[in-house]
Design a protein around this ligand. Sequence first.
Ligand code: DGL
Length: 260
Amino acid sequence: MSKQPIGVFDSGVGGTSIWKEIHGLLPNENTVYLADSKNAPYGEKSAQEILELSIKNTEYLLSVNCKMIVVACNTATTNAIDYLRENYNVPFIGIEPAIKPAALGSKSKTVGILATKGTLSSSLFHSTAENHARGIKIIEREGKGLVHLVETGHAKSTAAKKLLEDYLKPMLASGIDYLVLGCTHYPYLIPVLKELLPDGVKIIDSGEAVARQTKVVLEKNNLLNPSKEKATMQFHTNADVMVLRDLIANEQANVSYLDF
Ligand code: DGL
């Protein structure tokens, strides 16, 4: 069973930012990545729709024998992970905005968070903020339009810069010293964010923490792949193969179109 792949899914190509961290930490693990780009963005769909899409993705990954599933999407995690854990018999790893480390590290006690509407309005997000960021001022902004720009290969465009400038304005005016990226598409915006943020503002996302947690859960369940063979890396998208291929930029990866 340990040679079976780890399944990773996202509403689109953004979860590849998480896949890179997992692959970096666990290079021997076989992986299958599912980019549901046809249905992106999830963040503007109802909770029921997000749940149904998450079930569809999970069932595909289980049909190709995945031993574990990483929900590489904040929006799907907040809306579906409890259901998935209760109804399927493999370990699930979810992803949440990294509010806790930002709150712990913040000197100005003011933290900005950029995420989708679906994440910001979820109860999981609110309970995390209440439990881990007491006494911290959180400036939330919905990153409307940003997922679409990453999905269409325009993460470094003037349009992305314009939107980000607008979203960061109230955060900078309030004196944030941390910016939490609460969507797995947003790490691809870091080059533009760095141009816009003053030096003192740190950008934080959840990729490394998710990779560490993936390793811990594999170990606990005796599922680590002991093989030293080259890992297989299968990527599927139900939209533009080129955008996905450009972001992965890994010659060993096999990227293909799949109508799921
Ligand atoms: N990558 C997804 C996330 O982390 C994007 C959500 C969306 O499709 O709106 O939330």
